[in-house]
Ligand binder design. Sequence first.
Ligand code: ZN
Length: 162
Amino acid sequence: MSDHMEEVIAVLKQVDDPELPSVSVFDLGMVHDIEIEKYQIKITMVPTFAGCPALDFIERDVKRAVEQLHWVEKCDVVFSFQYPWSTKAITDVGKERLKKHGIAPPPDQFKPGEAWTVYCPFCNSDYTSMENVFGPTACRSILYCMNCRNPFEAMKPVVAQV
Ligand SMILES: [Zn+2]
């Protein structure tokens, strides 16, 4: 991997998803491809949840951040709907960051249509209940931990549609 590539990835690890502060677009698994042509960069990203209308913000933030690298003249960001994103693409760092924000990360193993176990991000108990399936955004639900008595949010699992 080139130094420039490493620099771009380091920047992408600093760009947070507007809906999930402190979780970077990189750790959410949204970065599909990075092309570097001397001083021009093209980043192909995969949108996460269809219900999250933050793509314009993400595009702007990524472009702005990458163009702050002194050697970069131009950074284009394109969203591709061709590659399926799933919650499996979230990195371990991303999952830890979600927990710190009181959001239970999606399960690693999940079959569409089946219930999944949600572990409380505060105490790790699985003694939790679904309070509100709809939550603040289409991609999250509100749950309640019966063990530590905290309400928390859970990210819904998304399985790639092939
Ligand atoms: Zn708990």
